[in-house]
Write a protein that binds this ligand. Sequence first.
Ligand SMILES: Nc1ncnc2c1ncn2[C@@H]1O[C@H](COP(=O)(O)OP(=O)(O)OP(=O)(O)O)[C@@H](O)[C@H]1O
Ligand SMILES: [Mg+2]
Length: 461
Amino acid sequence: MLTVMRVDSQPPAVGAAFWVSSGAAPAVGPDVQVPPSRHRTTALLSSANHNLWTDPRELFPASENCKVAAIKCRNAENKTISEQRPQSVKSAARVAMVLKDVPIDNITRPLGRNEVIGLLFRLTIFGAVTYFTIKWMVDVIDPTRKQKVEAQKQAEKLMRRIGVENVKLSDYEMSIAAHLVDPLSMQITWRDIAGLDEVITELKETVILPVEKRHLFLNSKLLQPPKGVLLYGPPGCGKTLIAKATAKEAGFRFVNLQPSTLTDKWYGESQKLAAAVFSLAVKLQPSIIFIDEIDSFLRSRSNSDHEATAMMKAQFMSLWDGLDTDHHYQVIIMGATNRPQDLDSAILRRMPTRFYINLPGDRQREDILRLILMNENVDESVDLKLVAKEADGFSGSDLREMCRDAALLCVRDFVHNESSSSEENGPIRAIGQADLQTSINKMKRSKTANIPGVLVHATLD
Ligand SMILES: Nc1ncnc2c1ncn2[C@@H]1O[C@H](COP(=O)(O)OP(=O)(O)OP(=O)(O)O)[C@@H](O)[C@H]1O
Ligand SMILES: [Mg+2]
């Protein structure tokens, strides 16, 4: 046991080590307290010349009643005793070595005003240096740091381009703002979508109009734009296309939210990012938060969900509710999925406005074909009605792929003829009915070889 002793006066330039083995608590001096101890209690003073060991009774005459068990002097005569010096003495000696440099006055007297200020100043500097060092280290080991910095720069540029000014954004909001869509850079307009006129008209009337003509519905809580819109249906039928056209044409700020943006390795960061999505959308309103393949992000909650994911989903839903309670917010969350049955039922409830984007019918396929082949070199004899009929069950994306394949057949013929004759050939021939028919047959074969995965109209309620 180590007893720390307070001494008022500087001891002589000698050091002493002693231990008390008596059971009683002897007084070793007016200010030196040695507690009663069954064990050997070590009190130690070390001098500037700490190699010198002397009799403590010389230092503390009042400690006569201490039973000094061993004293080692510099020129120790009794080596046996010094070798038997207990471990506690050694460790106490080490402590004393550290303390010996501190003037005893500094410990006993109260600090002056200047010293307190100096101490506080040094502590502040120390704290700041520690904080920035740790921050720097965290930045260095953060693998996503570069992306974050770039995202911020991109966000600032984007905001300037889309005319967002005088809006203060937090760091989290900035990283979400990097996903803002610049309408000028979008190529897709309503005219690039064929066969979905009904859906487009309904979307314009139920979603865009209430925001555009807001002044007409100010007093009605019913006639507010929906807070959630879901586009669902089989793959390749134009859901993403509609969202892109909305971003271009609606005149809203459009955040194309990638679920990966919300994932962060640090605990609690994902929730802050999720909150930033909503706060940013409110700051930039009227706005649309678009989540493509929303089923991957907000799928049915289960026990196997990671804690962070479950928390983020729950938070997302409660923030979404926040939009609902205040009808002045003009923020719409739009999702697209081809697996609506995988969506959490609570999410479905929050998306009451749903548009089913089904596989195109005969007439719609013809419209899509006409749109796709509009600027291509197509033979006049081609009957698009017949082609559309032949392409039964094809999605918009299939039709596009089929047309591309037919155009490639022409290019292949051209390249083949060019290599077989050295003479200069004419331009690439126009796409004919036969080319389209060949491509349709080819696509049908490849489609039947695929696992049947065409989605039927899923019941959502
Ligand atoms: N109605 C359409 N009019 C014109 N082109 C279409 C239409 N539908 C699909 N396409 C073509 O198909 C491509 C894919 O469409 P889109 O990405 O919108 O499909 P999706 O419904 O989002 O599919 P997924 O569910 O797989 O994401 C489009 O880029 C476009 O070229
Ligand atoms: Mg899509």
